[in-house]
Design a protein around this ligand. Structure first.
Ligand SMILES: NC(=O)c1ccc[n+]([C@@H]2O[C@H](COP(=O)([O-])OP(=O)(O)OC[C@H]3O[C@@H](n4cnc5c(N)ncnc54)[C@H](OP(=O)(O)O)[C@@H]3O)[C@@H](O)[C@H]2O)c1
Length: 336
C-alpha cells in the first residue's frame, strides 16, 4: 500500500491503495514520509463534517514529516537527505494571507500526508531541526504552529504574562509548553483530574477541572491578578463567556477551536468594557513556522505524543481522535 485514500465520506471509506508515484520536476522535491499526526479537522473532513466540498479520492491528514529523496533540476533550497515537513497552507509565506494563499490546504484541497511519498514544491516544505524525530516534527504544521501564532505574533506573550489554555489536546499542550518556555504563567482547564496532574508536572501553574468548576473564568482572572493576558480558546461557543470573564483589559482571546460549539451567543458588554481582542487564528504562515522552530530549538522543546500507531493502524488513530482520551498528539509512525 502506498497511500491511504478516501473514496467517500466515512472512516470505512478510507482504504489503502497502490498509487504510481510521479517524479519531481523543476523546483519540486519528492518526500518519503516517515510520520503523520492526526488533527480533529482530519477526522471531520473524513466524516463530511468539515465541508461537503471534497474531491474524491483524497489522501487525508495535513501534518507529516519525512526526507527529501529526489529533486528537480531547479531546486536550490533543499538537498537529498534533508528532513522536512510540508506546510499546512503551502502558498502562505508571510504576513496576513492574500486570498490565493489560503485557497489550498494540505489534506483537503490537495492531497495530505497519509501516504508513503509525495511531490511538493521546494517552497511548500520547511526543514526540521536535527534534535526532533520525524514523529515529533509531524506534530507541528497545524497544532504546534497554531499555538505559536496565538502566543507570539498575535498574543505578544511576555515572561510576566499569564496564559489561559483550554483542554489538554494537541494545540493546548503545545501552548502549555511554549508558554512556559516564554516564561509565562499558565492556567489550564480540563475535564480530567488525571490530565491536569500531567499538565501540572509539565509546569502548569493553576489547574482547573472545568466540569467541577464551571465558573473557571473568575478563578483564572483572580489568579492572574488583573485577568489573564491571553486565552487559547479551544472550546469556542461554549467557553467564550468564561474566557471573557478571565481576560484582562486589552487581552487577546485567540479563537482557535469549536470543541464546545460553533454558534456564539454572548453579550458584547464584557468585550466592550474590557477592550478585549477576539482574534481568529488559522494555523500560521511560513515565516512564523520558521520563528517557532528556531525558538523550539533554543529551548529544546519536544512535542508531547500521547499515542503512537503504525501506518496500517491509521484508522485506529483517527478513531481515537474522535474518542478524545488523548493528552497531546496522536501520531502515526511509518517505521512501526
Ligand atoms: N484555527 C486553527 O488554526 C486550528 C488549528 C488546530 C486545531 N483547531 C481546532 O482547535 C480545537 C482543538 O484542536 P486540537 O488539535 O488541540 O484537538 P484535540 O487534541 O482533540 O484536543 C481537544 C481538546 O478540547 C478540549 N475540550 C473539549 N471540550 C472542552 C470544553 N468545553 N472546555 C475546554 N476544553 C474542552 C479537551 O479537553 P480535555 O480532554 O482536557 O477535557 C481536549 O483536550 C479543535 O476544535 C480543532 O478543530 C483549530
Amino acid at each position: 500500500m502506498t497511500a491511504w485514500q478516501l473514496s467517500g465520506f466515512g472512516l470505512n471509506n478510507l482504504k489503502p491503495a497502490q498509487i504510481t508515484q510521479a517524479e519531481p520536476k523543476s523546483d519540486d522535491v519528492l518526500i518519503k514520509f516517515e510520520a503523520a499526526s492526526v488533527n480533529p479537522r482530519d477526522f471531520q473532513i473524513i466524516e463530511g463534517l468539515f465541508t461537503q466540498n471534497v474531491k474524491f479520492p483524497l489522501t487525508p491528514l495535513s501534518d507529516g514529516a519525512g526526507v527529501v529523496v529526489a529533486k528537480g533540476n531547479d531546486v536550490t533550497k533543499l538537498e537529498l537527505g534533508d528532513r522536512v515537513t510540508p506546510l499546512f497552507f503551502p502558498n502562505w509565506k508571510s504576513g496576513e494571507a492574500l486570498f490565493d494563499e489560503r485557497q489550498i490546504s494540505s489534506g483537503l484541497e490537495t492531497h495530505g500526508v497519509l501516504r508513503k511519498s509525495g511531490v511538493y514544491n521546494q517552497n511548500a516544505v520547511i526543514k526540521i531541526p536535527d534534535y526532533l524525530t520525524a514523529c515529533e516534527a509531524a506534530c507541528l504544521p497545524c497544532a504546534g504552529l497554531t499555538a505559536w501564532t496565538s502566543l507570539v505574533p498575535v498574543g505578544n506573550i511576555q515572561p510576566y504574562n499569564t496564559v489561559l489554555v483550554q483542554g489538554t489536546g494537541g494545540v493546548a499542550i503545545a501552548a502549555l509548553q511554549l508558554s512556559k518556555a516564554l516564561g509565562a504563567k499558565v492556567v489550564i482547564i480540563s475535564s480530567s483530574d488525571e490530565k491536569l496532574d500531567r499538565a501540572k508536572n509539565m509546569g502548569a501553574d493553576l489547574c482547573i477541572n472545568y466540569v467541577k468548576q464551571p465558573n473557571w473564568g473568575n478563578e483564572a482572572f483572580e489568579f492572574a491578578g488583573h485577568g489573564v493576558d491571553a486565552v487559547i480558546e479551544i472550546g469556542g461557543a461554549g467557553t467564550m463567556e468564561q474566557s471573557l470573564n478571565a481576560i484582562r483589559h486589552g487581552g487577546h482571546i485567540a479563537v482557535i477551536g469549536y470543541m464546545a460549539g460553533i454558534q456564539l451567543d454572548v453579550t458584547v458588554f464584557p468585550l466592550i468594557i474590557k477592550c478585549a481582542n477576539l482574534h481568529g487564528i488559522a494555523t500560521g504562515n511560513r515565516d512564523n513556522f520558521e520563528q517557532m522552530l528556531s525558538f523550539m530549538t533554543n529551548h529544546k522543546i519536544r512535542p508531547t505524543i500521547s499515542n503512537l500507531y503504525s501506518y496500517k493502524e491509521a484508522t485506529a488513530a483517527l478513531g481515537d481522535m474522535a474518542k478524545g482520551n488523548h493528552f497531546g498528539k496522536l501520531v502515526i509512525d511509518f517505521a512501526r
